[in-house]
Ligand binder design. Structure first.
Ligand code: FE2
Length: 282
């Protein structure tokens, strides 16, 4: 169900209803510049006040259905390597507890899926990323989801395994929950473990802090930029919507990945298992 315009989106801040306009071109140009500079670009306040209210109401309603998983992970989501000295970034493990509301809880016509389905939204993201090929994730559990986080350790330092992440801040925590990132701290051919160590030690001068507000749309290139969500406090949960796009049209997650993230698997995951690589949300 595609929506031509959406009263929850602010056409002044995200003019996707006018893709031929000067304003649209200027916004895309700014986003491309920011992505090129440090891998992070934000459109502030894309939601109307009614949109924020609707998305928070929806998130509150579905959050009890979030699937929680806990683990201890390093920044690389890899195994420990005892051959390396103690204190090496590969050997530093942090507690992680994440909860996702699966996509099948976010109904067609609902607030968050309605934004994903608005005509021009996908195209705007593609224009910012200059991604080609570019498809929506075909996974019925993962195309658009909500990350819900209460008081706790946040999401510790890591590099992403996917090229980019598209998120929409829905509600912020009372304390903490800032997004911190060290742009391009590693490259495709050099892990730069020394620089990573400085970030993990809290002694790096390369860390930037982003305090996203409800309605802020973020595109982040996380493969080479170490990043985290700082520990959270207070009773109000932090909600973030995540929109997923991939470079292959029929791609879905593996059954193992679905079970880990959402606590369930659908027939399509078994049918397509082994046909192609996984998409990781972290
Ligand atoms: Fe990440």
């Amino acid at each position: 169900m595609m929506r031509v315009s959406n009263p929850y989106l602010d056409a002044n801040t995200i003019p996707i209803d006018r893709p031929d306009s000067i304003e649209y071109a200027a916004l895309v140009s700014r986003m491309r510049s920011e992505l090129a500079a440090d891998g992070c670009a934000v459109v502030q306040s894309i939601l109307t006040p009614e949109g924020v209210t609707a998305l928070v109401t929806e998130a509150d309603a579905v959050a009890p259905h979030a699937h929680r998983s806990s683990s201890r992970t390093n920044a690389y989501f890899s195994q420990d390597d005892e051959a390396l000295p103690k204190g090496h970034p590969v050997r530093r493990f942090y507690d992680r507890s994440i909860a996702f509301v699966a996509a099948d809880r976010l109904v067609a016509g609902g607030p968050l899926r309605g934004i994903y389905d608005t005509v021009g939204f996908d195209g705007f993201i593609r224009d910012c990323l200059q991604a080609d090929p570019f498809h929506r994730y075909a996974d019925p559990l993962a195309d658009v989801i909500i990350n819900s986080a209460g008081a706790g350790p946040g999401f510790p330092w890591h590099f992403d395994t996917n090229d980019y992440t598209v998120t929409l801040a829905i509600q912020v925590a009372e304390q903490g929950g800032e997004f911190e990132y060290a742009p391009n701290v590693r490259t495709a051919d050099d892990e730069h473990f020394d620089a990573v160590t400085h970030v993990l030690d809290g002694t790096s001068d390369r860390v930037r802090t982003l305090i996203l507000q409800p309605g802020d749309l973020q595109i982040f290139l996380g493969r080479h930029s170490l990043h985290r969500v700082t520990p959270l406090g207070g009773t109000r949960p932090r909600y973030v919507g995540i929109f997923s796009y991939v470079d292959q049209p029929d791609m879905v997650a593996t059954p193992e990945r679905c079970r880990q993230l959402y606590g369930k698997v659908m027939p399509i995951h078994y049918e397509r298992a082994g046909r192609r690589g996984d998409v990781l949300l972290d």
